[in-house]
Design a binder for this molecule. Sequence first.
Ligand SMILES: *[C@@H]1O[C@H](CO)[C@@H](O)[C@H](O)[C@H]1NC(C)=O
Ligand SMILES: *[C@@H]1O[C@H](CO)[C@@H](O)[C@H](O)[C@H]1NC(C)=O
Ligand SMILES: *[C@@H]1O[C@H](CO)[C@@H](O)[C@H](O)[C@H]1NC(C)=O
Length: 484
Amino acid sequence: MAKQSSSSTTFLFQKKKTRWLLILLAMLSVSTAVAFIIRAAYDSSCDRHLFDVPVVGKRFQSTAKPKKAPPPPVMVQVKVASPLSFMKSKVVLLVSHELSLSGGPLLLMELAFLLRGVGAEVCWITIQKPPGKDEVIYSLENKMLDRGVQVFSAKGREAIDTAIKADLVVLNTAVAGKWLDAVLNKDVPRVLPKVLWWIHEMRGHYFKLDYVKHLPMVAGSMIDSYVTAEYWKNRTQERLKIQMPKTYVVHLGNSKELMDVAEDSVAKRVLREHVRESLGVRNDDILFAAINSVSRGKGQDLFLRSFYESLQLIQEKKLQVPSIHAVIVGSDTSVQTKFETELRNFVAQKKIQHRVHFVNKTLTVAPYLAAIDVLVQNSQGRGECFGRITIEAMAFQLPVLGTSAGGTAEIVVNGSTGFLHPAGKEGVSPLAENMVKLATHVERRLTMGKRGYERVKEMFLEHHMADRIAGVLKEVLHKAKGQH
Ligand SMILES: *[C@@H]1O[C@H](CO)[C@@H](O)[C@H](O)[C@H]1NC(C)=O
Ligand SMILES: *[C@@H]1O[C@H](CO)[C@@H](O)[C@H](O)[C@H]1NC(C)=O
Ligand SMILES: *[C@@H]1O[C@H](CO)[C@@H](O)[C@H](O)[C@H]1NC(C)=O
């Protein structure tokens, strides 16, 4: 905000661009200042949200006005009425199972702000809070209060009264179902017809009657991908003998903040140079990245095996390619010790330390997306519920090599915006071959990245998500009214 500090850099960049660029660079180097945020940044559920909205989002807002659209390469940005404007003055209660920097809560916060933006009365409760003061909760609650979201205790009279008078109640994640009986008691039947249940999980242990027994009676459920919706339908029927309510699939979208960075070539270049230098990767080396919390489910072990195989392929076939590197963003030696150790042992054993880089968990993925050439989304098993990093990478014009599982297969167009390979061990060689393909064919790699970007512009932006959510909310409100 200091005038003189920005004027010294205006000769380099436009002022408004400089600010968040500096913030991003600062966040890269001042890791301790954001350590508390980073610790909680990864979730247990199947989606996550890594970029910088909660940390610097507010600063973006206060410094970015008067906000000019970044130079749009294709279409002109026009300010149109929000598709959610019919929610003006509606009372909405958002029920979050926890408040942390993981995918579920952050997404619900985004919805809170979209609704505030159109003048809805938005109330928020968090079911599970750790005892004592928690810095993340404190800062996120303040961020909400700043934007006019009312924050209540999950158990008090206020929560019950709001649930009763609300036009809409959004339960976030399957686990949030426990709140209904625990707090509303006899009022549960009155509230259910106006409940929209937003589900982001795809793990067996969520299929518990304890959590989801009220599902059949709510107005609707909203799920992040078709495959996850299908899975819920099957599992509830087979395991629990209950019917899903009307289910809406709502693919997520990229935030405006992320798109601003992704569409700024100067910023990208600065971030790219900075990150590559810090990793010891040269500008024309090819950098493959997995950006996920390090865990077996996310498949970094198999990614490294593919990477090693691709090195062997290149050597065997004597291919003329730039030197290739792999970076794993999402390390946390304090939690995933055994798996982390396994990864590092593999790297040491194969003597590829100079080509494989580990980066700690971070919320700030934009610099890494700016620095890499290909994203590898190697989630195993049923895959990602959606996998937001995939659309974030596509926004940065990166091709994606992803497992043909979960939401990834709904985002990546095989052969066009990237390549899909099977999950599990049988995917190791196909992924290796795909990596070699992208390393050898520069044109193809760039074209795939561009097509990915176009796909994002067509269907994975915030306004697309708002459009899709608006369609759901309209139906749910209509249904809830009909019940009265
Ligand atoms: C759901 O069940 C049907 C029939 O049993 C099966 O064909 C389908 O693959 C299942 N879908 C998922 C996502 O498990
Ligand atoms: C990464 O995290 C580990 C353990 O939490 C820590 O010891 C290390 O200093 C961190 N590295 C950086 C570059 O921050
Ligand atoms: C993806 O496309 C390639 C050819 O481009 C094909 O060999 C592969 O089987 C496809 N994978 C999936 C999962 O469709």
